[in-house]
Design a protein around this ligand. Structure first.
Ligand code: ARG
Length: 461
């Protein structure tokens, strides 16, 4: 046959070498072989149910598809660049294997509706896997938070010591972010779970097909409503990539904290050899490389989102070959986010806090200044703004003396505000500060334990 074996009828000559190279997607879309075969099984079952092909043809097609799936799984399948993509590679092999019935499979179908069904099926599975990974991360965070609900550390704003918090409270903040990430993924899954098969090239088909049956066989909630939208739209990919970007940004923040906590200045946590690397020249080094890589991944993932948005931007309806460029960035981003989640779950499980280092860090930066101001409000009835001012002067005094607020004498304090009593010292320890933060969502250890229990129910129930 001259030219292409799929459309040789109209073509006299084959493509140039570079045409074949730029055109082919088989190098990367062979990843979709299971989904492609599942789609063909469902499509042929539906064609037979509607009497469009015979039951004997359907059975032959199913046998052929089963063999092809095996061949690919066992590495015996010969992928051909000349056949462009996974769809035509599978279909051509089917015809080799079973002859004429194989040539009937593509009735009422196009690669345009086929590829997007494959992609939706593939991404749906990946989302399910990712959700499991995020759940494991939440378990690790909640377990660790519960175990260290009493461990005090400085809470920061502007990376300046702000108020004492507990390590458990800090970790539960990430369990919340992860929970919203899972919610966004679930939303994305819901919206993508519609079947495009039957949209055919773009306009639907004249065959009396049953799109609901195909959709149901493939576990979709329903067929897509509009055939043109079906083959033209890639917003489910953009939505996933945007969601993955947000998730990876969250992970990068915890990763950065792990890097900071691991420095010898901070020394807030230990990470075992399992999640660190040594230096080839500096024997003392224990580097948090996994955390640094998780910190870096948003670049790739946002890059994939940006790339995808730019591929679709300004594309006229409906399918355009540009859309083939959706695959590699998506595949890469899925791998990057899955690895990040797994690495983070591993690090959270692995890390152990060093409470003595965290407690020592609370000696600097006057983290109980707010507690002092609150005491002035509560006990002396000062307006908060005035209390803030008085506290500022006391902080300045301590700073000049090079001591902590609690080290000022009562007499010294009374030079700033005469009505201050001895009772003020009861609120100046980090322990008292944290214990007093009992408002809903606050950092008091008893709150943290209750929040961890609720998180288990809300996220893992
Ligand atoms: N390889 C193509 C893709 O990845 C499949 C659809 C091709 N359709 C077409 N009319 N050329 O999008």
């Amino acid at each position: 046959m001259s030219g292409n074996e799929m459309w040789g009828g109209r073509f006299a000559a084959g493509p140039s070498e570079v045409m074949e190279k730029i055109n082919a997607s088989i190098g990367f879309d062979k990843k979709l072989f299971r989904q492609d075969i599942a789609g063909s099984r469902a499509h042929s079952a539906m064609l037979a149910a509607r009497g469009i092909i015979s039951e004997a043809d359907r059975d032959a097609i199913h046998d052929g598809l089963n063999s092809i799936e095996k061949e690919i799984e066992e590495g015996r399948f010969e992928f051909k660049v000349a056949l462009e993509d996974i769809h035509m590679n599978v279909e051509a092999r089917l015809r080799d294997l079973i002859g004429e019935p194989g040539a009937r499979l593509h009735t009422g179908r196009s690669r345009n509706d086929q590829v997007i069904t494959d992609m939706r099926l593939w991404l749906r599975d990946e989302i399910d896997g990712l959700d499991k990974g995020l759940e494991a991360l939440q378990i690790a965070l909640i377990d660790k938070a519960e175990a260290h609900a009493d461990v005090l550390m400085p809470g920061y704003t502007h990376l300046q010591s702000a108020q004492p918090v507990t390590f458990g409270h800090h970790l539960l903040a990430y369990a919340e972010m992860t929970g919203r990430d899972r919610g966004r993924l679930a939303d994305c899954r819901k919206r993508l779970n519609e079947c495009t098969l039957g949209a055919a090239a773009l306009a639907g088909t004249s065959f009396d097909i049953d799109r609901s049956m195909t959709a149901e066989l493939l576990g979709f909630d329903r067929p897509t409503e509009n055939s043109m939208d079906s083959v033209a739209s890639r917003d489910f990919i953009m939505e996933f990539l945007a969601t993955a970007t947000i998730c990876s940004v969250h992970l990068s923040r915890l990763a950065e904290e792990i890097v900071i906590w691991m420095t010898d200045r901070f020394g807030f946590i230990e990470l075992s050899d399992a999640f660190t690397t040594g230096s080839s020249i500096m024997p003392q080094k224990k580097n948090p490389d996994a955390a640094e890589l998780v910190r870096a991944k948003p670049g790739r993932i946002l890059g994939a989102f940006t790339g995808m948005a730019l591929v679709v931007k300004g594309l006229p309806m409906t399918f355009n070959k540009d859309m083939q460029e959706d695959k590699e960035p998506l595949f890469d981003a899925v791998e990057a986010i899955a690895l990040s989640v797994a690495a983070m779950a591993g690090m959270v499980t692995d890390m152990e806090p060093r409470p003595e280092r965290m407690r020592a860090a609370l000696e600097a930066g006057f983290p109980t200044a707010t507690d002092l101001a609150d005491w002035l409000v509560r006990v002396l009835g000062l307006p908060f703004r005035d209390a803030h001012h008085v506290t500022g002067r006391l902080v300045k005094m301590a700073e000049d003396k090079g001591c902590d607020l609690a080290d000022l004498s009562l007499e010294e304090m009374q030079t700033v505000e005469a009505r201050i009593t001895d009772d003020i010292f009861s609120v100046l320890t980090p322990e008292a500060s944290v214990a007093s933060r009992t408002s809903f969502g606050g950092t008091a250890p008893e709150n943290v334990r209750a929040a961890a229990a609720r998180a288990r129910q809300r996220f893992l129930g």
